[in-house]
Design a protein around this ligand. Structure first.
Ligand SMILES: [Zn+2]
Length: 220
């Protein structure tokens, strides 16, 4: 009896292991829920934010999730000033398809900002503080370092001719209307709508690619 029970137990363990993904299988890039980050990374981010004077409970209070920092990046169309813009490969491929589809509909989409490192994000917040902003004001405009979607390489700020970069008037453009109608077909969604719970201002220009969410089986 004891031996039978042991055999069953061993079988259950074997089945459980067989059903687990192999250890090498990493979560896809741009997953809806990013995998937990190593403790050392979390500690580094806490230190970066402490140095900026960000309250230690700020992220938790605003329901912000620690974001991975992308390593392997590929170029996407250069920004409106001709500067290099990068994203991770699956997001870049989806963006390319989306730009082409928009162009076929007579809409010109342009990039403003793609991947930004934790260090660069820290620099942006520090600049705001140097100009006399409070940390609370700065964090309505720039994400908390470690928590920015831009550091994942999955998010992109977009504009269209005639609209200044990262400007609220983008919401009134034909390009924005097109994105609202078609962005999801390519896996892109608006991260910060009006009244978002994260404490950020409405950002009609900021779109994030999420793996596996493209609604069109064969996006144009
Ligand atoms: Zn953005």
């Amino acid at each position: 009896m004891h031996r039978t029970r042991s055999a069953c137990f061993a079988l259950v363990i074997a089945i459980a292991f067989a059903c687990l993904p192999p250890a090498s299988a990493a979560a896809p890039l741009c997953a809806a829920v990013p995998p937990p980050e190593p403790a050392a990374y979390a500690a580094h981010i806490r230190e970066v934010n402490r140095a900026l004077g960000i309250p230690p409970d700020y992220a938790a209070r605003h329901d912000l999730r620690l974001q991975p920092e992308a390593r392997d990046l590929v170029p996407v169309p250069r920004d409106v000033y001709g500067r290099k813009v990068e994203m991770v490969a699956p997001a870049a491929a989806a963006l390319k398809r989306m730009f082409a589809a928009a162009a076929r509909d007579g809409i010109k989409l342009e990039t403003v900002s793609g991947f930004r490192s934790v260090a660069y994000q820290t620099h942006l917040v520090r600049l705001k503080l140097k100009r006399g902003m409070s940390i609370e004001q700065a964090l309505k405009i720039n994400a908390v370092p470690g928590y920015s979607e831009h550091q994942t390489g999955c998010a992109i700020d977009l504009t269209t001719p005639g609209v200044p970069a990262a400007d609220g008037s983008f919401a009134n453009s034909r390009a924005f209307t097109w994105l609202q109608q078609h962005g999801a077909s390519y896996g892109f969604s608006l991260s910060f709508p009006p009244g978002n719970p994260y404490g950020y201002e409405y950002e009609p220009w900021h779109w994030r690619y999420t793996a596996g969410t493209a609604t069109a089986a064969n996006p144009r």
